[in-house]
Design a protein around this ligand. Sequence first.
Ligand SMILES: *Cc1c(COP(=O)(O)O)cnc(C)c1O
Ligand code: SF4
Length: 690
Amino acid sequence: MRELYERFNLSPDSIRSIEKVKRTYPMKISRYYLDLIKEVGDPIWKQCVPSQEELLDSVNEEDPLLEERYTPVPFLVHRYPDRALLLVSNRCAMYCRFCTRKRKVGKINDITEDHILEAVGYIRQHPEIRDVIVSGGDPLMLKDHELEFVLRKLRSIPHVEIIRIGTRVPCTLPMRVTRRLANMLKKYQPLYVNVHFEHPMEITPESRKACRLLADAGICLGNQTVLLKGVNDDPKVLKELFSKLLQMRVRPYYIYQADQVKGTEHFRTTVQHGMEIMESLYGHTSGLCVPQYVIDTNGGGKIPVVPEFIRYKSKEKLILRNFEGRHVEYINPASENPAKEEFRVAVACNIRRPAKEGMPKDQYAEFDDLSVPLAIKDALDKAGFYSELVEADQDFSDNIRKGDYSFVFNIAEGINGESRESHVPATLEMLGIPYTGSGVLAQAITLDKARTKEILLHHGIHTPKYQVFSSCLQKKSDDLEFPLIVKPIAEGSSKGITNESLVNDEEQLKEQVRIITSVYKQSAIAEEYLEGREFTVAVLGNSNPKVLPIVEITFDYLPEGINRFDSHEVKWFWDSPDNPIDPVVCPAKITRSLENSIRNAALRTFKALGCRDLARIDMRLDNRGIPNVLEVNALPGLIPDPKENSRFPKACYAAGMSYDDMILAIMKEAMKRNRINDRSVLSVGGLHVC
Ligand SMILES: *Cc1c(COP(=O)(O)O)cnc(C)c1O
Ligand code: SF4
């Protein structure tokens, strides 16, 4: 590019640096486009002249849109069901420094006629594709007859309804658009051409003429712009660009948030800035002048980003903000099913995902399979509520507010931190939305096994002797006797409990404490191991809570060498649904007096810890036959499949309830506690709560 260097009298240093970038990312500038540069560093310059910053980008990816993943045959991207992107050329009239396909353009042109035939064959075999976008590189870099070959092939496929061409040539090499080309394109209608202008300086008599030729041929013209720092990230510039395009019969179609493409970091603006620019367009200029602002995502496709014009939304009305910042109201029509819509219930849940690499395999063991919240939703919907699932993730508070819920059915275990089970209750209390189950304090305490035991001991409830270890260097106290069972202090679902958790000497104890503190990043609790029978007790209700039939956990079926407690191995391997021996017996075969002492211990525990609506309390008999409380579960598992032996539901079944009855019973307790006795709600599903 001698001409560029001479015209702008560049220093040898600048030239060296441009030449260096060129070796990684090719440079090409048409003479026409070069002539548009007024001075070094202006918006035209920035788009076409390599910058050192391209080589400094360490944050972005070569293919951030994961186009390669959606490429079933070479040079065809099939990301959306009904449309496909066909890449017909690697070349362009000018290589934009910010190009999304920087990894491809300007490199050896390896797209052959055979590739195009193969891609066309794929489209032919996929009748769902009704819209083909011919792109590249730049399709107008092909000779007229080469491009016509592609168009003719595509038009011969009956299900291809429209063809689109994406090109920057009318902007960067407008003379390429000839009357002959326009006449050729005209034969393949309905045809859309999306051009690509970035700045008003690109609108010239030549580019006007190119667009006029196409528009006169009856081709619908759209424009795509990328938001570029230092080039066009200014409302005045974009407003001028878009209104000039409209005068050329080009409708602004998309404005893209810059993709996270390697070598283009210096062009990226923040999304907040993009939204501000959009706000300055909406309503301030004609709707025709406002393109859709989209973020093209890594594999998720293009997602529109719209400034927040809806300030408030309820079933009756919306409060909207207009372009002047004034609030206006819109009243919704009366709903056809008011009772149902008014009482919207969110099922707050955390869905189980595959464990992340390098994390313990049971990382998400506490989380629910999607089938659980779906079964709860089904039960609620059948009873006439209107319910939706809401994930209890970082967006929970926003999603709950947006959903306008009156009530939450909470089964969320929480995602982060030692008080995670209390996050949903705390958030809902802040928002003033009632929910099922225990509150903040009870959830936080019951997740901590040591705090739970302190409270039990204070109330004179039996629980095994214990000691907390925050490090494996810590000494065991003398009144604690082996064997001990060692567990993480704040996990549920047998997380961190394996066959080796039962320890008989100092060395084994040290090793288990080490594992727990390093893998689960929390203290360990060591409890004296009780050999006696194990029970779990489901409690339902509030002021006068009901103890459901007692469940016994048996370990008789286990082979020798497998310890007789709920370890990871027992829960996920030995206790499988096709086990011939049912390890969970309900109602437990026990004497009346034992039953009474278990019920008593359960009720006292439920009250001492301030549980609400439901809880499951695990116990074991000590060598005197006295029930000792091991753990309190304020968020017991509610797995619907009876084969899974979920313990709380099992107790409900033994009491004659169905799964749906159980969900409604929990709901009813929570509503009664919150004094919800609205008639329209009460009539739903015959749920009489008062
Ligand atoms: C943008 C794009 C399309 C077309 O999307 P529209 O929203 O219909 O314009 C199709 N395929 C891919 C891979 C795309 O990136
Ligand atoms: S014209 Fe399009 S494909 Fe070619 S370099 Fe510019 S942005 Fe990339």
